[in-house]
Design a protein around this ligand. Sequence first.
Ligand SMILES: C[S@@+](CC[C@H](N)C(=O)[O-])C[C@H]1O[C@@H](n2cnc3c(N)ncnc32)[C@H](O)[C@@H]1O
Length: 454
Amino acid sequence: MPRSPRPRNLSDPRLLAFEILQRVEQGAYADLALDDVLRRRGVSDPRDRGLLTKLVYGVLRKRGRLDYVLARHCRQPLGKLETKVLQILRLGAYQVLELERIPPSAAVNTSVNLARQVGLQRASGFINGVLRGLLRGLPQLVWPDERKNPLDHLQHACSLPRWLAKRWLAVYGAETAIRLAVAQLQPAPLSLRCNTLKVSREELLADLERRGIAARACRFAAEGVVLDDRRGLEVLPADWFQVQDEASMLVAPLLGVRSGETILDCCAAPGGKTTHLAALGDNRLAITALDLHPQRVELIRAGARRLGCAGIEACVRDMTQSADFPAPAGFDRVLVDAPCSGLGVLRHNPETRWRRKPESLGELSALQGAILGRAAELLKPGGVLVYSVCTVTEEETGQVLEGFLAAHPQFVLEDLREVMPQWAELCDRQGCLSTWPRHPFLDGFFAARLRRRI
Ligand SMILES: C[S@@+](CC[C@H](N)C(=O)[O-])C[C@H]1O[C@@H](n2cnc3c(N)ncnc32)[C@H](O)[C@@H]1O
C-alpha cells in the first residue's frame, strides 16, 4: 500500500524553499516570492528565516554546480526529471555541498521527508539513492580545470549558463571571467544609501556605532554605507536610508543636478534613483518620474513619502510612445535608467542567469534605443542626458550608444573621467562608467553622459 503523504509543517524552511523555487520556476522573482512567504507564513525563528533565505538564494546561484554533481549520480539526464523532483535534489545537494553546519545524512533524510510532504513519495527512493550516491562520490569529485578547460570551469564550477560563460570568456579572458563569476556567487553586501535630506552619512555611521552595529562607508558612493549586521535595518529610522547597491548609487550624481532645475526620470520605478536625485537637489528640483507600470509608479510615490522627498511628480507613461506630455525640449536633465537584461545584478537576482536568453539581448537593445530616442526629444539644448543599465553586455551599452549618437548628431558623449575624476578607475576607454570587470564586487553597471549641443 502506498504511504500517505507526511503532514506538512507549514513553516519548515525546506518546504518553504521548495515552494518558492517552484514559484520562481514558473516566472516569479525570487526576492518578491521570498518576501511574500516570510510575510504570510510568519516564519518567526530567525534561524529558520536565515536557512530559508540561504536555501532559496543558494540553490538559484549555485544551480550549475549542483546540477554538475547531480548529473554524475543520476541515470537519466536531469532535463528529463520532473521539475519538483529536480528541485528537491538541488535542495539536498546544496545542503550537502555548501552548508557545512548541516550533517550530510540529515540533508539526505530531510530531502526524502520533503518529497513525502509534497506528495512525491513515489520518488522518495529515487531521491534517496541519488543523494546517497552523491555523498559516497564526494571524495572523488573533480571540477573542470580552470586552466585546461576554462569554459567548462565557468559553466560548472562557477555556475554560469553555457552561453554566458562563452561570452565572458570571449570578452574578458579566462582569468578575469573566472574572478568575475566567482564574485557573483557571493551574496551581495547589504548597502544603504544614506538619505541626506534627513541625516549625514557621518551621523548615520555614528548612530550605528553607538548601537554596536558594524557598518562602514562605501568606497565610491559618497552616501553609501555597508552594513555588516542586518539588525541595522530594524534600528535605524525608516526615513534615514534606502537599500541600494553601491554601483546603483553612482548613477544619479552623474546628472550633476542644480537647485531649481527640471528633471525627467524616464524609467523611474521603484524610485531608488528618483529619490536620490531629490536628495542631491536638496528637495529643490522639479522631478517628473515616469514608468510603464501603474503599480510600480505607486512604489515611487511611497518611497518619496517615506524619505521626505519633495518636488516629485510620478506618472504612468510608456516612454516608447510619442506622447503629448511631457512637453518637448522642456527638461534641464534627463535620466534613462532603461529596462535591461539585469545581467550585472546576478547577486541580487540570481534567477536572472537562468532566465535570460541571449536572443533577448537584441530586443532589449532596440527597446533601450527607442526609449533613449524619445527621451532625447524632451531635453533642452545644452542639457544633460544620462543613459544607464544594470548590465554590461555590448548590445545594451556600446551598441545602444553608437546607434543613438549616429542618429542624433546634436548630442556629444562626455568623458566621465573628467566629470567625476574620483571615479576614473570605474570608467572605460570612452569615459563611460562600467564597473565590471575591474570591480567584480560591485554590481555590473554601465552609464554614459551625453550633452545636447546648444
Ligand atoms: C531598471 S528599472 C528602473 C529602476 C529605477 N530607475 C530605480 O533606480 O529604482 C527599469 C524600469 O523601466 C520601466 N519600463 C519598462 N519599459 C518602459 C517603457 N516603455 N516606458 C517607461 N518605463 C518602462 C520598468 O517598469 C522598470 O521599472
